[in-house]
Ligand binder design. Structure first.
Ligand SMILES: [Zn+2]
Ligand SMILES: [Zn+2]
Length: 224
């Protein structure tokens, strides 16, 4: 008799295999497996991973926002002290890049480059009633129409590291001019659209400017 962890792990591996080979969702593959082995159990951690695997089309795409968000959620379990976090968790500081074809976001006040477009972890906007549950239904509908995300939720960037270590939540300040850009919370925060994002590293959209400098670099290439 195997121990429960072993049973759960092998059931998860088999489920992942069925999902990929038979092109099934997690639920379908799990039902199929249970039809053959009714006593099979997969623990919640594996279920979460398998659902993520489904979202990513049965591939592990290390650059996908879903994967990055999932990895960030695991950090608080693995490093409850929030010390000695793995280096690769932090996106490269755009100041350390010679050039990038990615969209850049700069501090509106001092123009320092803060993060790249690829660092934004998009989420599906939440539905109004969660955030505005205390309001009357008619109001809720009208509010929902203008519901928008007023912040970018991004992966942590290298310049944030000193602010993030050992602290559960706090402000995010521009590393150059110290103006307030947003906030972070390892246990998550609610976006203005009502969606909870865990953990949350949010930058207010009105504190940064989007710079699409793709054209400038190609102009330079032509003239050189
Ligand atoms: Zn949102
Ligand atoms: Zn600044």
């Amino acid at each position: 008799m195997q121990d429960h962890a072993g049973v759960s792990r092998s059931a998860a591996v088999v489920t992942a295999f069925i999902m990929k080979t038979d092109d099934l969702t997690f639920e379908e593959a799990h039902n199929k497996l249970q039809a053959v082995k009714p006593d099979v159990k997969i623990n919640d951690g594996f279920v979460k991973q398998l659902k993520l695997y489904e979202v990513m089309g049965c591939k592990v795409d290390l650059t996908s926002a879903d994967y990055k968000q999932y990895r960030l959620q695991k950090i608080i379990d693995k490093y409850p002290e929030l010390q000695n976090l793995p280096r690769e968790l932090f996106a490269l500081d755009p100041m350390s890049l010679e050039k990038t074809d990615d969209v850049l976001y700069r501090c509106r006040k001092c123009r320092r480059s803060l993060f790249r477009g690829s660092s934004i972890l998009n989420h599906v906007p939440g539905t109004g009633p969660i955030a505005f549950a205390h309001k009357r239904f008619t109001q809720t509908l009208r509010e929902e129409d203008q519901t928008k995300c007023t912040s970018y939720f991004i992966e942590p960037v290298q310049w944030m590291e000193p602010a993030l270590l050992g602290v559960l939540d706090g402000q995010l300040l521009c590393p150059k001019c110290r103006s307030k850009l947003g906030s972070f919370n390892w246990y998550g925060d609610q976006c203005s659209c009502a969606r909870w994002v865990t953990p949350a590293f949010q930058i207010h959209k009105n504190r940064v400017d989007e710079m699409k400098h793709l054209k400038f670099s190609s102009v330079r290439n032509v003239s050189s």
